[in-house]
Write a protein that binds this ligand. Sequence first.
Ligand SMILES: Cc1cc2nc3c(=O)[nH]c(=O)nc-3n(C[C@H](O)[C@H](O)[C@H](O)COP(=O)(O)OP(=O)(O)OC[C@H]3O[C@@H](n4cnc5c(N)ncnc54)[C@H](O)[C@@H]3O)c2cc1C
Length: 504
Amino acid sequence: MESYDVVVIGSGIGGLVAAGLLARYGRRVLVCESHTLPGGAAHAFKRQGFTFDSGPSFYCGLADPTSCNPLREVLNALGESITAVAYDPLGHYHFPDRTLAIYGNAEQYQASLAQISPQAAQELKTLTKKMLAIYRPLGAIPTLALRADGWLLPLLIQRFPKAMAQLLPQLRGLGRSMGDFVDETVQDPWLRRLIDLECFLLSGMKAHQTVAPEMAFMFGERAESVIDYPIGGSGAIIDALVRGLKRWGGQLRLGAHVDKVWVEQTQAQGVVLKTGERIRAGQVISNATLWDTCNHLLAAADLPPQYRQTSLATAAVDSFMHLHLGIRAQGLEELTIHHVVVHDTEQDITTPGNTCMISIPSVLDPSLAPDGHHVVHAYTLEPYAGWQRDENYGAKKEAKVEPLIRALQKVVPDICDRITLKLIGTPLTHQRFLRRHQGTYGPAISAGQGLFPGCKTPIKGLYRVGDSTLPGIGVPAVAASGILCANSLVSPREAAALLDLQAP
Ligand SMILES: Cc1cc2nc3c(=O)[nH]c(=O)nc-3n(C[C@H](O)[C@H](O)[C@H](O)COP(=O)(O)OP(=O)(O)OC[C@H]3O[C@@H](n4cnc5c(N)ncnc54)[C@H](O)[C@@H]3O)c2cc1C
């Protein structure tokens, strides 16, 4: 029987970060990934010369040494880096009556908004100031310094006294929703809608449900770092994390579906693969969602009933319809990478099909598409319920993808005549290829209604990472979850030594 210090179930960014860091700390680490490609929601796949991002494509500070992006901190610690191309405007938001260019640069963003409403621009300036007051002291503490145990507070006070002192007046703000800040700062109805949209793009929920620090990081990173896209696509991030893992002696097994966490007397002993193979490990980390971990990886008897019930009762954000296209690019020289289309402002932005996200990364990295072509990813929320692979599946796919086609026509009016490759993904596709419960984007835990759970579980030696743990959904957040978990499994002295090595 093979034996490791740590087995990580899943190679999403949360899992790879935890695994890479633990390997860096000298632990013998194995990552078991069910899929034949690593990366989970962030994996890349190739078809007919096109390289598609399956999920994320919006990043900040990947290659900026001043950025607070936890992913960059981890890559530094692993001795890896990413080549990225910076760009601004970061995107265009298309409403039925107007299109607004969104800039990372705070002054340019305010100027763009002033063309619609001077009041909105002024209020955005005040809101930005409040967000930066939270971001700056938080950003002065490297995520690599964090851990999820009692050592955290003394460590922070000792090593970052200035940032901690600056954080004190912000403590109330850390627990508030973005909606609270909007209520006290923003009267302009247009700006209120815009902030709701930005929150939705980040957390899958509107301002009153989204926690303020999450938005503070978005405001801060946009304003004080750069928005950049990795050359090679999102897959380049995964490749760098896998290289980093292997560089420090860690291993990755693809096509290795974990059937169960092997638990004896409330202590994790390792994992059992679908093939029946047992792998022993002192510690097991699950990067599967909380629902998949509780429902599939553990037997009901393994968990205290209350913990299991609460976990399984957690609300989930919907899944997605995906449209991946290869298109002819002639005449599209002015095209930009990111677009968000809201079809109907009378309808809620969270209504499936109403808000459509579009990414065309080959405008920044032409290597992602064959010569003279672009690669396109458009997606919108779609509930899982009601989807089944029956005789109507094909027709339903085509019907449900129609809002995405209409959204793309706002950006490229003759898109239908340009398509050379078309792939449609449904919630069933999302569930299947990402191994995620009902293909969900992640937990819908509203601000004020509790925090995302931490990395510890009631089972000794079993931990969790990823977007159903603290701090939540999104690439920087899941990278932070991987750091929190890895640091909690090593001594404060080991963590401090690694942190010292990273100090400028
Ligand atoms: C369409 C879309 C667009 C997004 N856009 C952005 C964006 O622009 N910017 C941003 O920051 N974030 C974005 N996100 C969010 C971000 O991509 C995710 O929050 C993040 O990648 C999730 O990472 P994770 O570590 O939680 O795990 P996941 O990515 O869910 O990975 C978990 C891994 O575990 C594996 N696994 C599960 N069960 C088992 C098992 N039993 N055995 C073995 N392996 C198993 C899965 O196969 C998977 O590889 C987007 C997400 C989606 C879906």
